[in-house]
Design a protein around this ligand. Sequence first.
Ligand SMILES: [Zn+2]
Length: 369
Amino acid sequence: MQNLDFLKSRVHFFPDATYGSIQTISFEDAKNVGIQGIVTTTLPSWINGVDEISKNFDGVKNFFGWNGKILTDSGGFQVFSLIHKKGLAKKNINDDGATFTDFKNGKKYLLTPEISQQVQFKLKSDFRVVLDEPVPDDADRETAKKSLERTHRWAERAKKEFLKLENLTEKEFFEEKKERPLLFAVVQGGDFLDLREESAKILNSIGFDGFGFGGVHFNSKTKNSKNSNKKTKNLKINLLESLPKNLPSNKIFYGMGIGTPDDILACQKIGYTLFDCVLPTRNARHGFLYVSKGEGDFSHENYDDLHIENERYKFDKNPIDSFCDCEVCKNKNLTRGYIRHLLKMKEPAGFRFATIHNLRFFMKLINNL
Ligand SMILES: [Zn+2]
């Protein structure tokens, strides 16, 4: 199926495979739970030389041995998080790009809109994202506007580089019949609705296949993984709506880093059909499981949370979720009591069982849309 038809055919959730695998499970497990696409990150691939390896393997799919779809991000989110946390934004970000030092090897790197596209080209991903400049949650209007203008200039440069690398003319880019990787722009503008609207319109005039809503999780402080289990921080529906409301309906709307099951359903209602998030896999490893309503400890609009390390599950002989059809919940030997024990002992099998279950929960959620 062509990339555009694939994305338009249904709602998609892509789990995170930053370093080339969905942590603790195999790609065969991923296929079995119904995963059709994964997200991998440009930055670690680039600084660890995976882009060159991928080139030799004729693409990152062959290298990973994954025959589903792959979305690569621009690398910007990680670079800018790093730079902001160190308070180096003024010094290390300019119109050319962003400079950062890899803490592992001490080397300096310059990430530009062109370099980001070149890496994604070598990875041969199906869906690519242009480099944008996110701003922290608490950014004032002037900062948000400046970063927005830079984001637009970078989007133009990235599009130009994409066309060059893919050997496409502007006209060919818009011919729907032509199979090619898809290119996403990222709408910025902080918490300012008019800036978000302006950003959406300007990016659309440059021309992209889809638009991501940027900056959902971007802040200058270290994120607490336990807090991220709650409703996605700063999920502001009125801001999110500015994309579908101001852009053509045949475009793909991508909720970057969204989110919890409730957040995904809320965004789907307003037109978003593509999501990626670390929540189901990361929370699984911390024993936070998503279960059907009535099956867990904390009730949300469309699901319950089950904190399996809770003492009450010590001798529980039930499956994680009696309404779930994943291989873990269908196996009578894999009781809550046993999985709790494995997770408390930090046994890899426990991480795997919890991850399979959480991902299956997300897949069932989007399959029903
Ligand atoms: Zn299950």
